[in-house]
Design a protein around this ligand. Structure first.
Ligand code: MG
Length: 203
């Protein structure tokens, strides 16, 4: 399976990182070894001093496809979950300034915690899906899928122009504002519509 991540998909997050808002569609990938499942703890790697969380809605692909048109994209995912795109921000800033690829800062082992999935039909996509992150019971991030620059259907269409989507692939759809550094001892809890679906202890 493959893990795709959409970058720069919420304007308030682009602003907090000091980037320019552009409508350009950006994605990158993490390897399968990035997955962190079953609420296992996350150990901060020794080579970063600024490990940040990015809470994101995650689509699970249920049908193989290439060059998927937006109008057919809803047929290609039937579950939505919540995950964290862990990012070594210090390393990412160094790589960006030198024009180098992001694998070291984004694709490292266990950089993609994933929680329980909900059937798409349980959620109101028209109204938008609310999601949030609490750290040590304090609200740190909240977003709604309505505020995405690129919709779920657009994301599926764009990625599949370049890379064939296969059953079981995951797509992290971008993070809203509120990203910050985690500390050893933090307990992260991510929810969809106030239903906790993922928890990660930072070690
Ligand atoms: Mg992200």
């Amino acid at each position: 399976m493959k893990i795709f991540c959409v970058g720069r998909n919420y304007r308030d997050h682009i602003k907090e990182l000091g980037g320019e808002t552009s409508e350009e569609f950006v994605f990158f990938m993490k390897p399968e070894t990035a997955l962190l499942q079953r609420n296992r703890p996350f150990y901060i790697p020794p080579w970063t001093n600024d490990l940040q969380y990015e809470t994101e809605l995650v689509l699970k692909i249920c049908k193989n496809g290439k060059y998927i048109q937006e109008k057919f994209a809803p047929n290609y995912y039937n579950e939505i979950g919540i995950g964290i795109d862990f990012t070594a921000r210090d390393l990412q800033n160094q790589l960006i300034s030198r024009g180098l690829p992001w694998e070291k800062c984004k694709g490292f082992d266990f950089s993609a915690p994933i929680g329980q999935f909900l059937p798409k039909k349980q959620l109101d996509l028209e109204k938008g899906i609310n999601f949030s992150l609490k750290i040590n019971d304090e609200l740190r991030q909240s977003g709604n899928s309505r505020d995405m620059i690129h919709s779920f259907d657009k994301i599926i269409s764009e990625i599949s122009k370049f890379i064939t989507l296969k059953i079981g692939d995951l797509i992290y759809t971008g993070t809203p504002a509120g990203v910050e550094k985690v500390q050893i001892g933090d307990r992260l809890e991510a929810s969809i519509e106030n239903q906790p679906l993922l928890s990660v202890a930072i070690k």
